[in-house]
Ligand binder design. Structure first.
Ligand code: NAD
Length: 578
């Protein structure tokens, strides 16, 4: 018997708002509806999250990642818009689990919006209690960027996925993924980035996805090259492309557990096996084997308890198949969806953790240097503004080959969804003026806005998955050197510090990526409108935010972080006493 209680699937969010139907995405251009650009940026980013081109199920307020929502109900969405339109430049709006709950006079340098989503007190911090409250309309699952209005479509994750696979290529093959086959699952909001990230690294990707519409969506947006009629066709095409050293991606409409088992039965061992189905949510994210999508959706409604049992049974088979392929030589890693944790927690299988998570394997060295997924969106809606920032970032960091390669690839291969946006991993490393990489770039963008070279303000934000903003023992903080995987003071300090530094929106969430009770994480936005105030905020926030990554990892004893702190003059008080 699972510890999960049956949970409602209809959370009573009401009928889609007339305002949303009218917007169909973020308003664009230089005329604004709010009192200032900081409030307008919040309004545009919320609507961008719910753009039908961007969100997975916008009519249900679901942005990505299972049921990650941007607002608790359609009524709450309308109320947030009304508050933002009326919000003064010296006021702060409070949003609690997707609905506005208060508004206070603060000051110009304070955040305009503060957000807390899905947080529960430790003892009650479970899906079970969350679902009870959700059914009563008292809480919302914000995932990571959905509830903090920072989601920018699949493009948001693409560089992280690209960087992870590039690092895997360097570590395992001493180069890229040419001639290597990656087998994975999921072609949803974030997971849909996988095929393109593999082909950008010159590899071959076979992805299992149960939902034909998701496959179509990735084909339409060029994240995926082909769809095969069955697994045999996918394997033949993939082998042919790998032998020729050609980048190639193919989807098969099937359950990923069935696909991996079938690969093992056929003695087909992919070079790399991973997964990005929504396994963090056994009821509303992951699909059990043996059902079509429609049949499974029906079962979820009629018998949620049985759905959960069958979902967890499939996850156990899924993990067994990954372990089997790993035994036979595949490089296996979990891609941040808590698949291993689910099978350990609900099926008592400690060996589920016999393959690593992607952070300790490939990302942590970057976190130690404060490197993380800096992202920005053009509030004008004009792609030319992003192209100008592309030039600026490559001019600013000419020695960074991987960044230049990434910008070239992104310009060629990544379609914009909603507001034109870009992502680029940048770190702490200070220059002679003591400015971090992130601050230097933000200040340059602010100058371009001030000079009119960019037509409207740019909003800079990031994923919650960043160097110093997450405690997530099955993902970002898995296997920390000093055993502090579950210490959640760090993301809270991150949010507090970024408020002090003057970020324009700051948020703290529970459960993103890996499910309720498994993570706490924080995020922020800074609006670059060309003003001196924006420059001041950018200089501060883009020092404090990546700086948290450096001090968190230095505190845990990582040499790279200690080296970064020494080189970039970051005070680490307890270490400085030694
Ligand atoms: P999503 O819900 O939009 O997409 C998941 C997809 O998996 C859906 O299309 C669904 O149909 C498919 N699916 C579910 N069960 C399946 C099964 N058994 N076999 C085949 N297909 C199946 O979610 P998303 O935004 O793509 O995120 C996916 C997961 O990755 C989540 O758990 C999320 O938390 C995690 N995630 C990881 C990172 C990271 O950086 N590593 C980032 C974001 C999200």
């Amino acid at each position: 018997m699972s510890e999960q209680e049956p949970a409602p699937t209809n959370t009573g969010i009401g009928e889609p708002s007339a305002e949303w139907r009218e917007y169909q995405g973020a308003p664009t251009g230089t005329d604004i509806e709010c009192e200032g650009w900081r409030q307008e940026a919040a309004l545009r980013m919320l609507n961008n999250n719910l753009d039908p081109e961007v969100a997975e199920k916008p009519e249900e307020l679901v942005v990505y990642g299972g049921t990650g929502r941007a607002a608790r109900s359609w009524d709450a969405y309308d109320a947030i818009l009304a508050e933002l339109r009326d919000l003064g430049g010296e006021e702060t709006l409070l949003v609690q689990s997707g609905q506005p709950v208060g508004r206070f006079p603060t000051h110009e340098r304070a955040p305009r919006v503060l957000i807390a989503n899905s947080n529960l007190v430790g003892k009650w911090d479970s899906w079970e209690h969350f679902h009870e409250l959700e059914a009563e309309g008292k809480i919302m699952y914000g995932q990571m960027t959905a509830g903090s209005w920072a989601y920018i479509g699949t493009q948001g994750i693409i560089q992280g996925t690209y960087e992870t696979l590039a690092e895997l290529g360097r570590q395992e093959y001493d180069d890229d993924l040419e001639g290597k086959i990656v087998a994975t699952g999921g072609l949803g909001g974030m997971s849909g980035a996988q095929p393109l990230a593999v082909t950008m690294n010159r590899g071959v990707c076979i992805a299992a996805e149960v939902d034909a519409h998701r496959i179509e969506r990735r084909l339409d947006t060029d994240y995926l090259m082909e769809r095969a009629d069955d697994l045999d066709e996918a394997l033949d095409n993939a082998e042919e492309a790998a032998e020729a050293g050609e980048p190639y991606s193919v989807a098969v409409e099937m359950n990923v557990a069935d696909m991996l088992e079938a690969m093992a039965e056929r003695d087909f061992v992919p070079d790399i096996v991973t997964d990005q189905t929504s396994a963090h949510d056994e009821l509303k994210g992951y699909y059990p084997s043996g059902y079509t999508v429609d049949e499974a959706d029906e079962l979820r409604e009629s018998d949620p308890e049985r759905y959960v049992e069958e979902s967890l049974d499939t996850m156990e088979r899924h993990v067994d198949a990954i372990l089997e392929l790993q035994d036979r030589g595949a490089v296996a890693f979990e891609y941040g969806n808590n698949l291993r944790g689910q099978v350990e927690d609900h099926r008592g299988r400690e060996d589920a953790f016999d393959f690593p998570g992607f952070v300790p394997a490939y990302i942590r060295p970057m976190f130690c240097r404060g490197r993380g997924p800096f992202r920005w969106a053009a509030l004008s809606g004009d792609p030319a503004d992003i192209h100008r920032t592309d030039e600026a970032v490559t001019e600013l960091f000419p020695e960074n080959d991987s960044l230049t390669r990434w910008i070239d690839l992104a310009q060629e291969q990544v379609s914009f969804q909603g507001l034109p946006s870009r992502v680029c991993w940048l770190g702490y490393e200070t220059d002679d003026d003591g400015l971090t990489e992130r601050a230097r770039f933000a200040l340059r963008i602010n100058e371009l806005v001030a000079d009119g070279e960019i037509s409207a303000p740019i909003v800079v934000t990031r994923d919650h998955l960043d160097a110093g903003s997450v405690a997530s023992p099955h993902r970002e903080t898995e296997a920390m050197k000093d055993g502090t995987d579950a210490v959640a003071d760090w993301p809270i300090l991150n949010a507090l510090l970024n408020c002090a530094a003057g970020a324009d929106i700051v948020s703290v969430h529970d459960g993103g990526g890996v499910g309720i009770g498994n993570a706490l994480h924080a995020n922020n936005h800074v609006v670059l409108d060309g003003s001196d105030l924006a420059a001041e905020k950018a200089r501060r926030v883009f020092t404090t935010d990546p700086g948290m990554g450096v001090i968190r990892h230095a505190d845990a004893g990582y040499d790279d972080a200690i080296d970064e702190a020494d080189q970039s003059d970051v005070p680490v008080p307890m270490r400085d006493r030694q």
